[in-house]
Design a protein around this ligand. Structure first.
Ligand SMILES: [Zn+2]
Length: 76
């Protein structure tokens, strides 16, 4: 009976460790997917450093900018 309790405890610990580990893995995979979908197309304004989606940025000769005013300020 004593061994049965020890075995049960070992089994429980192993099971909990496994489920905790798999949920951590799932979490990491979700974070990876998020990172690939989200911030990949963020750019920083060359003048003020503001981060904005690439689709909303303005392209200049030397980089991207958040507004026409900053493009003009940086490139004249
Ligand atoms: Zn700016």
């Amino acid at each position: 009976m004593k061994y049965f309790i020890v075995l049960a405890v070992v089994f429980l610990v192993a099971w909990r460790w496994r489920s905790a580990r798999s949920s951590t893995l799932e979490h990491q995979q979700q974070q990876k997917a998020k990172a690939q979908a989200g911030p990949a197309d963020m750019v920083a304004c060359r003048h003020c450093g503001l981060h904005l989606p690439e689709s909303e940025s303005l392209r200049g000769q030397h980089g991207v900018y958040c507004s026409p005013a900053h493009r003009q300020a940086a490139e004249g």
